[in-house]
Design a binder for this molecule. Structure first.
Ligand SMILES: [Zn+2]
Length: 101
C-alpha cells in the first residue's frame, strides 16, 4: 500500500534540496568570480595603468622599473620605492637621464 509522505517529510526533503542547490549555486558563483578576476588580471598584466599600452621592465641598479614608452610614465612594484630609497644620492639623476632623449 502506498503511503503518502507527511507534510513534515516533504518539507524536510524540500529544505534539503534547496540547501543542496544553494550550495551548488554558491560554488558556481565563486568559480565565476575567480575566473573573472584571473581574466582581468591577464588583461591588465604589464599594461600601463594610464594609457593601456605595453609596459617594459627596465633593470637599473638592481631596481626593476616598469616603463611606458607611450605616455612616458614610470611604475613601481611593491618594495621598489624602498629599493630606490636605498640607492646613493645620484641615483635619481642617473635614472632620469636614462630616459632623457
Ligand atoms: Zn602609458
Amino acid at each position: 500500500m502506498h503511503v503518502k509522505p507527511s507534510n513534515n517529510e516533504e518539507e524536510y526533503f524540500a529544505r534539503q534540496e534547496v540547501s543542496r542547490r544553494r550550495k551548488v549555486a554558491e560554488e558556481r558563483h565563486s568559480a565565476f568570480i575567480s575566473e573573472d578576476r584571473e581574466r582581468e588580471r591577464n588583461l591588465h598584466l604589464m599594461k600601463c595603468p594610464k594609457c593601456g599600452m605595453e609596459l617594459e621592465e627596465i633593470n637599473f641598479a638592481d631596481v626593476r622599473i616598469d616603463k611606458c614608452f607611450s605616455c612616458h610614465g614610470l611604475w613601481l612594484d611593491k618594495g621598489e620605492l624602498e629599493a630606490i630609497r636605498g640607492q646613493d644620492s645620484g641615483f635619481m639623476e642617473r635614472l632620469s637621464s636614462l630616459f632623457r632623449q
